[in-house]
Design a protein around this ligand. Structure first.
Ligand code: NAD
Length: 470
């Protein structure tokens, strides 16, 4: 892949009118390339291009739009190998895992292309015909985070474009490069203006959410930013989907087979260096199996190789960016200054990279910061419980409600507990599983609306009821 990164506006590759900003490799802490800095006038151009493309795209039959999504999937697969190395360099994740994200995103495009919005006929009598169809909204403002840059962008592109909307997409300034390449790749597939990709620093997101040319905002990121986005959207009553933060609890009952679940629980907490909105972030373990699980998790942590994602054998990469690294270090310092017991995994590389050792916090107080806040980094508080009612209350005592997990050999009891958890997704004896045909979204401060499934598709559409007198 060439390293001349361009935005895609109206189907054309465009440099940033306001210059470039640096992109860092989190494994070294060094800038290795630069991305275009979008000017306000270029944002206007991108929105105008999306608006001009909208009537034609909306009028294109859905089967043809779906066919182009499948072509986009094929195109993404054809560059997946090359892109996975760039992905690893800008995002930090090991190359093989980066490849899985890109291939998974292509499969997502394929799966969404097969979806169709429902048509509901309320009456078809001698006197009238009444049906509800779903129509697109217009121009979508899509804003994505840095933890799964390709996947979470595709979660927006696929349903929005299938539904007949056009889009201006902005990746995180920490991971702009693969998304820019994807924009250039897709420019050869979708008509000009249907999908525009722009990049810029911290000012670009607020410019976008305040822009009157958008009809809908689809945002994935932190709860704090989500609140700002909602405020900004109110002025023009823009439609809104917010996928925000989480502080997910997992509950481990005393009947588990520890050797079977330890690795799975570790993966659910630490995959992608714990930078997953739906990672296990509070691990509640019944007192009878607490010590056994803790010792197994520490042993796995010690056998896990944290390092540069470009190196063979690395299991977990660095924290993705300096801002997040400093935040996680601050939580770690807080835990240390409160004399919490920290159990750590193998050594991490020294130097400028944003590395933090895998850390398990041994039964900290419920009100400690490491329990109450979303760490979004490899610090996992492990907490003891005695009674099921008590642990459900503790799990639900959070401003967040994104996902959670229950582990038990008694599946019926686990499902019963799962139903009492105040979250949008809940897993029983598994973790991190999400599907294109099933809605995903947060309760409470974890979000507003859904992505994926029919619910997610309809977030990019509005119902239109037609009454026909006979
Ligand atoms: P962030 O909120 O800092 O940034 C997300 C995106 O918003 C970036 O593209 C950023 O440039 C942009 N942005 C920043 N300020 C903005 C503003 N005022 N107006 C408009 N856009 C703005 O989040 P992040 O640090 O990139 O991502 C980590 C967070 O995202 C975590 O809290 C995580 O839980 C959450 N997340 C949620 C989901 C989900 O589906 N629920 C998925 C992944 C990540």
């Amino acid at each position: 892949m060439t390293s001349d990164y361009k935005m895609t506006i109206n189907g054309r590759p465009v440099s940033g009118a306001d210059g470039k900003f640096e992109v860092f490799n989190p494994a070294t802490g060094q800038a290795f390339d630069a991305a275009p800095e979008c000017s306000q006038a270029q944002l206007d151009e991108a929105v105008a291009a999306a608006r001009a493309a909208y009537p034609g795209w909306r009028a294109t039959p859905i089967d043809e739009r779906a066919e182009l999504l499948r072509k986009a999937a094929d195109a993404l697969l054809s560059v997946a190998d090359d892109m996975s190395r760039l992905f690893s360099r800008e995002q930090g994740r090991p190359v093989d895992q980066a490849l899985q994200e890109i291939q998974g995103a292509a499969q997502w495009l394929q799966a969404v292309s097969a979806m169709r919005p429902p048509i509901r006929v309320a009456e078809d009598s001698e006197t009238q015909f009444v049906e509800t169809k779903y129509v697109p909204l217009g121009v979508v403002c899509a804003i994505a985070p840095w933890n799964f840059p390709i996947n979470l962008a595709i979660w927006k592109i696929a349903p929005a474009l299938l539904a007949g909307n056009t889009m201006v997409l902005k990746p995180s300034p920490f991971t702009p490069l693969c998304t820019l390449k994807m924009g250039e790749l897709f420019a050869g597939i979708f008509p000009p203006g249907v999908l525009n990709v722009i990049t810029g620093g911290d000012r670009l997101g607020p410019w976008m959410t305040a822009h009157p040319g958008f009809d809908k905002i689809s945002f994935t990121g932190s709860t704090a930013t989500g609140k700002r986005v909602m405020e900004s959207a109110a002025k023009d009553l823009k439609r809104l989907t917010l996928e925000l933060g989480g502080n997910d609890a997992a509950i481990v009952l005393p009947d588990v087979d520890l050797d079977d679940v330890a690795q799975k629980i570790f993966f659910g907490a630490f995959f992608n260096t714990a930078q997953i909105c739906v990672a296990t972030k509070r691990l509640y373990v019944h007192e009878d199996v607490y010590d056994g699980l803790r010792d197994r998790l520490v042993a796995i942590a010690q056998a896990t190789k944290v390092g540069d994602g470009a190196e063979q054998g690395t299991n977990l990469g660095p924290i993705q960016n300096k801002r997040q690294y400093e935040r996680v270090l601050e939580l770690l310092d807080d835990a240390k200054s409160n004399e919490l017991t920290l159990l750590q995994g193998a050594d991490v590389p020294s130097g400028e990279g944003y590395f933090i050792p895998i850390t398990i916090v041994d039964n900290p107080p419920e009100d400690s910061r490491v329990v109450q806040e979303e760490a979004f980094g490899p610090i996992l508080p492990m907490l003891k419980f005695e009674s099921v009612d008590d642990v459900i209350d503790r799990a639900n005592a959070s401003e967040y409600g994104l996902a959670g997990a229950v582990w038990s050999q008694d599946t019926d009891q686990a499902i019963d507990i799962a139903r009492r958890m105040e979250t949008g997704t809940i897993w029983v004896n598994q973790n991190l599983m999400l599907r294109p045909d099933t809605p995903f979204g947060g309760h409470k401060n974890s979000g507003f609306g859904s992505e994926n499934g029919e619910e997610g598709l309809l977030e990019f559409m509005a119902p239109q009821a037609v009454y026909v007198a006979k």
